[in-house]
Design a protein around this ligand. Sequence first.
Ligand code: WT7
Length: 658
Amino acid sequence: MAELTSLLKEGRIFYPPQEGKDQAYISSRYKYKQIYQYSLDDPDEFWAERAKELITWFKYWDRTCYWDFYKPEIKFFEGGKLNACFNCVDRHLDNPAIKNKAAIIWQGEPDRDTKVYTYHMLHSEICKFAKILKNLGVEKGDRVTIYLPTMPEAVAAMLACARIGAIHSVVFGGFSSEALKVRILDAQAKVVITCDGTYRGGRRITLLDRAEEAIRDCDCVEHCIVLNRFGDPIELKDNRCILYDDLKKDLSVAEYCEYEVMDAEDPLFILYTSGTTGKPKGVYHTTGGYLVYAAHTTQWVFDLKPDDIYWCTADIGWITGHSYVVYGPLALGATVFMYEGVPTYPNPGRWWELVDRYGITILYTAPTAIRVLMREGDQWPKKYNLSSLRILGTVGEPINPEAWVWFYVNVGRKRCPVVDTWWQTETGGHMIAPIPFAVPQKPGSATYPLPGVEPVILRADGTEADINEGGHLCIKRAWPGMARGVWGDEKRFKEVYFSRFPGYYYTGDGARKDEDGYFWIMGRLDDVINVSGHRLGTMELESAFVEHPAVAEAAVVGFPHDIKGEGIFAYIVLKEGFDPTSELKKELVSHIRKVIGPIATPDFILFAPGLPKTRSGKIMRRILRKIAAQQFEDLGDTSTLAEPEVVEKLVDLRKNLK
Ligand code: WT7
């Protein structure tokens, strides 16, 4: 296989601010390096210390770390006993400084809708929820599917499951009934939890209809609990549906529900993630290792302190919501802010207004959201103070340096470190990310591995790549937060993650490590284009495109090319006020040649009205590749797209493209 070449040379370095350094958990690169080395030299000691410091155990473990990537088998804190809900809530009630502090501050999309749950209030809600589940016959090990929008009761539902040892499977509320059904059936869920609906962009979105449609074909579902978001009477069609409010009425105000004592390796939750092929994989995580890892990374990567108001914009339907809305911050007794709506409604200043109104100190979001807001112009963040912010973070895809710098300058006002966190559903928590007050940041690089994480970059033949040589990002040793398997399909777990390079965890991402030891993630390897034997990360091309003042968004894919093997096909969304002329096309071509080099000369540029994205904001490259290759017949399933219409428009434009 030809070497992977990364051509983007990003030279800027941003040093952590002095302010906040003294109070930081890890305050210098030297300290980071010391801790990192220690974590690799003595992982048993390192993880045992973290586990004891961060988590309350009913019984300590017999063995700290065990793994065999050939089998594969992974175990952390074996024999240890704990309960995740107890750690996220109960134990804080003994701490006078936390008991009555806000655990969750929720802002609905309509301004009038707000809710605050203190830790004490959250505990009482969870106890009731857990009792309801028990009364409905849910037992330890049973699966419960949660199909809810961003609301505090969704967190209570997850923790209620954890409390009684049931395994939750949260399905993103934006998924269709078909997608929900597939996930309920795969997990064989006994109970489904949903609600009437949610607000998005000023409109009411219904969830209940979709949930009822999904369970129609699910015999495994015995009950469906329906929460009330809108406050209006709800009409139930399926006779397995019951209103949460009715179930609650039968319980006393101070209802208490006992927690299960769980083994460290008992499954905590299943979360579905799409693979390159086949049906979604139900990745599962276990209690002890996952919780330690979520708390550990939340504390160090966000430098989370008791008085922070922490906002992670992710939906709880994604791993980011699990680890960094629920388990990590609540285990640490933090205050979590949750927002129901979209960033651009009623106007693109909404997020910044919320930052000011609630005094948000840590803001963790996705590059796609940053680019959307960047496109709306600097005037929006400029209207707000934003002085409460102290740390910014991103996750989900490589962030193009332009968006990174925009975020840093316009939102962080050059005061706030930006933590670009690389990780995956399967890793449970951050893997490569700058510890904010310790590691100088290079825009577009996730920087260094976190303590306990040992990434390597491998060539196709399994040998280690040289400095700056792109290759397959793999992980050499286990960490507590890693997934333990694919639900009901252990063969697939081995095949997908442990077969390509035996003895390593295979991430599926391409990356290179630069001369300073910084990691640059090039995205999924299936998103890489091989032009005349040179492999180009599509992200790097896209990043170069959006540096041009006319470009709002870009998606680049490869297509079969007679001479070069693969050619470069670019879908370009222009900013407001720019016309799709042939002059502009020429200008963009020369811009790319200038920024990356002639090897990257685009073969086609298509001015697109929009890009096909999943509801979580990921560009559907599979579809773009097919359209680029003029394979219009089989575009696959487009039902999970945010705007399926855009695909037809692109097909027409492609047909007329010369
Ligand atoms: C894939 C994992 C991790 C939670 C959200 C996504 C890409 C994620 C970064 C980053 C470059 C990133 C990778 C990874 N990715 N974060 N900071 N820089 N790429 O979870 O759906 O499991 O996706 O997202 O390609 O493999 P996921």
